[in-house]
Design a protein around this ligand. Structure first.
Ligand SMILES: [Zn+2]
Length: 110
């Protein structure tokens, strides 16, 4: 249940950034490497914004594909599903910071 705390923190940041403003919609960036479940994230968002100016805000999600780094041939590649192996040399890649994003990139207020 990683999503729970992450969404709580994100909502707090959101409400602090736009004090007293009615929030109409937000666009959330989510990295695929986080392994978050969009349905859960949306549900937690609804829970944490209840009774706040962000209640009922429309949430859209932009997924960022996970990128892996191969330490053998030094290539970067995009992770497809649960495939971790480098398409060039077959070695197992290590996660990079690309694909771990979790933030609001756009907030529309009244
Ligand atoms: Zn490789």
């Amino acid at each position: 249940m990683h999503e729970h705390h992450q969404v709580e923190r994100l909502v707090q940041t959101l409400l602090t950034a736009a004090p007293g403003r009615k929030i109409k919609s937000v666009r959330l960036v989510m990295g695929e490497l986080l392994g978050f479940d969009e349905t859960s994230v949306r549900l937690y968002f609804e829970n944490f914004t209840e009774g706040t100016p962000a209640e009922g805000a429309e949430v859209s999600v932009r997924w960022v594909p996970g990128e892996l780094h191969c330490s053998v041939c030094k290539s970067h590649f995009v992770k497809i599903k649960s495939q971790l192996n480098c398409p060039t040399c077959g070695n197992q890649g290590k996660p990079t910071d690309t694909g771990k994003e979790f933030f609001f990139e756009a907030v529309v207020t009244d």
